[in-house]
Structure formats: C-alpha cells, structure tokens
Design a protein around this ligand. Structure first.
Ligand code: LMR
Length: 396
C-alpha cells in the first residue's frame, strides 16, 4: 500500500529550526522562524503570561470541552482588540469570533469555509506571501492566484498590486496582510489601504485579512488600521487573527477566525457553518492559550503589563532595524539595505539572493529563509557586527 509514497523535503521555514540546532559554529545566528528573541537570543515567557497561568492553575475547576467556537470569554476580548472597543462593527453585532489552533488553524477554517460555502471562487495572495498560504488554500481545493507585491528592486510594488486587484474576477477572495507583511515587512500606507478598499468594493471581492502580528509594527491600534477600515466599510470580510505571537504563546496555538457579515442574522447563519468546519477539523480548539489571553485582557493590571512588554518587543525590533543598517555603513552597504529600517514587524525581505543565503549559512552559520527573509528579532547588538561582516563578504 505505501510502496509508492515518496519522501518530500520538510517545510522550508520549520526545517531551519533543526538545521540551526545541529550547527556547531559558536557564532551561529538564527534569523529563521518567526519567533521573538530577547537580547540573549531566548524566547522568554512574558511576565503577564506567567502570572495569568499561575492564576489559571489555581482557579481551574474543569477541563471539559469549550465548544467548537471556543471560549466566549476569549472572543469577548479578541474582538475589541482587533476592531477597537468602540467599533461600529461590534455595536452592530456584525462580527463573530471562533477560537482556533493558532492563526494557521484560523486560515484553515477560512479555507474550508470558502471551499464549501463559496465553491468555485479563486483566492489571490501577494507575491511573495507566507509559503503556508499556498499549502493551506491549495489543500482546501481552492484555486490559487498571485498579485504582485514587490518589485525587482525590492520595494513595495503598489502599482502592480493595484492593477492586479482591479482585474480579479468578481466574488473572488483576496488575501491581505493587515500589518508586518510576511515575508517582506512592507506594509501599506493609509492612502493605499483606502485604494484597496475602493477596489475591493468596486470589484465585489471578499477580503481575507491575515492579522498574525498585531502590535509588532507600529502599535496595537495602529496595526489594525486596514482591518478596521475594511470591516467598517464593507458588508463582508474574513479576518484570521493570532495571539500566539503578541502574547508569546507560540506553542499554545492561539488564534481566532473572525467573520464579518452584513447584519447579525447573516452572522448567525455563517457562524453555524463555521462551527461545522471546526468540528470536522478538530472538534474543539485547545483551551489553554485562549484562557491565558482572556485572563490577561479581563484584568486591567495584567493588560497594562502585557502592553508594556509588547511595546518593549516592538521597540527593540525597530531599534535593531536601524542599528543593522548603521552596522553596514563601514562596508558602504547601508543604502543597499536601507529598506530593513523601513520595513515593519518581525520580518525583512533583505534582497539577499538564495545563493547569498546559502553562503551565509555554510560559511558563517547564519540561518534565514532562502527567499532572503530574515527574522529581525534574531538580530542583537552582539551579533550585528558579525552579521554586517558576513553580509559584506557575500556581497563581494
Ligand atoms: C514564520 O513565518 O516564520 C512563522 O509564521 C512561523 C511559521 O509557522 O511559519
């Protein structure tokens, strides 16, 4: 039965974790998978999370199922985080939250919802996008197309994006990154979001907004600009949100599928379908991550502590972006890599070629995705001089 099954290469991003572990170079640097790292290169548990977990452990009375939509107390705090507490979308009961196993789980729910409820609709992703978008939507049987996002000089290609969006067939789904575009780090300006809104409305497209990095770009509210603009001005939208990253609870897989509908009645119809999709995938989501988020966001003191810690992470990343470019100055490469200081979030599309990335790995023990995507959180003031030297060497 299994004789014909061939071995395939592992996931390009997750494979870097193993490859990095095996490398014995004492100066090795991990710029691979998108997890935050502190000055020591660790991914610590946030203080607010530790405190919330202590309380949960003490007060927990049951481990019974939490239902296909997850814990209502989780949805209650995620929706205002995403839309803003005073959002007209929430006031009109037009949004519904379904707790999911990570942002990835939310994407899979969205994909299955689209393939079952909107059969025949194509889906459009940016070129490039997070590679798993391709896998998830294709696995759900949806026809995948690309729209341009970056030009050959490694800049945001909004002209190309605009032109492509205008030619998408009516009713198709367009995947947008709310902030901290993965893998490029190039985000849309407010004026560009406005244009996207107009095209989406005119072409009657369905936006699916991937919101995995809220708080890592400019701030919790600032990063939600595009999501809020579209949700408030369109009848329908899908948002896949994640708390795995901004609460640093990666392994707890804490995401949320948010469906925005025209009115509360349509909302209830959609919600009933999403429950079936969740049931058929994994029945009920894991509870712990959502419980942590809910514990923190229902408590003003823990919320303040969490916001402070998130701000520290964001500021550190943005400082390192500028210092990286500064470190390249002595090599005359600061202009070439100036985009790194302008991009936002954990990732930078550096412009390094796959061959240069291979050399960085083989000669210097520096690991990043072959597309040239670097996890900027892997920079540190200790490794910046080494990184700059290595990048200069592969530019020779
Ligand atoms: C990444 O892009 O590195 C993260 O989103 C982790 C992942 O699952 O790929």
């Amino acid at each position: 039965m299994f004789e014909h099954i061939e071995r395939v290469p592992g996931d390009a991003i997750l494979g870097l974790i193993e490859a990095f572990k095996k490398d014995t170079n004492p100066q090795k640097v991990d710029l691979g998978v998108g997890v935050y790292r502190d000055t020591q290169g660790n991914t610590p548990v946030m203080r607010a999370v530790k405190e919330a977990e202590a309380r949960l452990l003490k007060n927990e009375t049951t481990k019974t199922y939490i239902g296909s939509h997850g814990a209502p107390s989780y949805g209650e705090v995620v929706l205002p985080m995403v839309f803003g507490a005073e959002s007209p979308v929430l006031k009109a009961n037009r949004a519904s939250a379904t707790q999911s196993p990570g942002g990835t789980g939310a994407l899979r729910l969205a994909a299955d919802f689209i393939s079952t409820q909107l059969p025949g609709k194509g889906i459009w992703v940016s070129d490039p996008t997070w590679p798993n978008h391709h896998g998830i939507f294709t696995a759900a049987g949806i026809e995948l197309h690309k729209y341009p996002y970056v030009d050959p000089d490694n800049r945001l290609d909004f002209d190309g994006m605009r032109a492509a969006l205008k030619s998408i067939p009516e009713g198709d789904v367009v995947v947008l990154h709310a902030c901290c575009h993965n893998p490029t780090g190039f985000d849309l300006s407010h004026a560009q979001w406005q244009e996207v809104l107009e095209i989406v409305r005119e072409r009657k497209l369905l936006p699916l907004i991937d919101f995995a990095y809220q708080g890592f770009g400019e701030g919790l509210d600032e990063d939600a600009y595009g999501v809020r603009l579209l949700a408030e001005n369109l009848d329908e939208a899908i948002i896949t949100s994640s708390c795995s990253k901004n609460f640093g609870i990666y392994c707890e897989r804490t995401g949320c599928l948010i469906m925005v509908a025209k009115d509360s009645e349509q909302m209830d119809n959609i919600r009933s379908q999403v429950a079936i999709v969740a049931r058929e995938n994994y029945s009920n989501p894991p509870a712990h991550g959502g419980a942590i988020v809910s514990e923190i966001l229902h408590d003003p003191e823990l919320t303040a502590l969490w916001r402070e810690e998130l701000t520290e992470m964001r500021d550190r990343i943005n400082t390192l972006r500028r210092d990286f470019v500064e470190a390249l100055k002595p090599y005359g490469l600061d202009e070439k890599y100036a985009c790194v200081a302008e991009q936002r979030g954990m990732f930078s599309y550096t412009g390094l070629t796959p061959e240069q990335v291979d050399r960085l790995r083989d000669e210097f023990g520096i690991y990043m995705v072959r597309s040239g995507r670097a996890n900027v959180a892997g920079f540190s003031h200790e490794n910046l001089p080494y990184l700059a030297k290595a990048i200069a060497a592969v530019n020779d």
